[in-house]
Design a protein around this ligand. Structure first.
Ligand code: ZN
Length: 243
């Protein structure tokens, strides 16, 4: 069974009543509830726990880490970021949601600013499926409609993705590469844009399905970590030229 850790900075929900009304127990609890219901072995971790709830032990038992952060990216310690980075290169999957695009771990993995245009205007978003055969789009029709979402607009300063699975169109005229995959080392990464804290996006069944699919796609293949460095010959080398 795939072991999932859902990480949330958990600040908006504790500090603002209007956000608490949307996610009374925190965004992480809502994400964990539908991931658990999908048969994933799910736990949660938050910023204010010791080591942000992401100790060596927790990360070593995590197959896929789901990340939601916004106002407190800089409070995440570099030590924990480096620990996550190492685990991704070793094969741990990473699903980065919404404003997690500016998290230290995503910027470190992408190597770019990860900046974008944004606007909070309660506008409609339509997420078009660009790769219908991709496992992350399984069970989704031609598009997903969201009545309200924060606008994230191009240009998004990230490297070219391996797959661009969703493009989001916004009522105000912007478009955005809303669902994309990357590989770094042995790890799979999925970035998915919907999920502004003041809208009930993570109660939407189709959005839930995409996140479940994303977790499953990011799950590591069971294999040994590649061996690097000096390598003995596997076959006798007969040529002596140049030795
Ligand atoms: Zn937002």
């Amino acid at each position: 069974m795939t072991r999932v850790t859902v990480w949330n900075e958990y600040r908006h929900e504790r500090q603002e009543e209007r956000i608490r009304q949307v996610y009374p127990n925190g965004i992480h609890v809502q994400l964990a509830s539908f991931l658990s219901a999908a048969g994933l072995d799910t736990r949660t971790a938050t910023l204010d726990e010791p080591e942000h709830g992401l100790t060596e032990e927790v990360l070593n038992k995590t197959d896929v880490l789901v990340w939601w952060g916004h106002v407190a990216h800089q409070e995440v310690s570099d030590e924990v970021v480096n620990r996550i980075h190492k685990r991704v290169l070793e094969g741990m999957g990473l699903v980065v949601l919404h404003s997690g695009h500016m998290s230290k771990i995503f910027i470190k993995l992408m190597g770019t600013s990860c900046d974008l245009k944004w606007r909070e205007a309660g506008e409609k978003e339509r997420l078009w499926v660009m790769e219908p055969s991709h496992p992350i789009a399984a069970g989704i029709g031609e598009y997903i409609d969201l009545e309200q979402e924060e606008m994230y607009g191009a240009h998004f300063d990230v490297p070219a993705p391996e797959s661009l699975i969703f493009v989001g169109w916004f009522e105000g005229g912007n478009v955005f590469p809303s669902g994309s995959t990357y590989r770094r080392g042995s790890g799979n990464i999925f970035y998915f844009q919907p999920g502004h804290e003041s809208y009930p996006t993570y109660y939407n069944k189709e959005i839930q399905q995409v996140i479940i699919n994303g977790v499953n796609w990011c799950a590591p293949v069971k294999r040994d970590v590649p061996v690097y460095g000096h390598s003995e010959a596997l076959e006798p080398i007969r040529s002596t030229v140049g030795v």
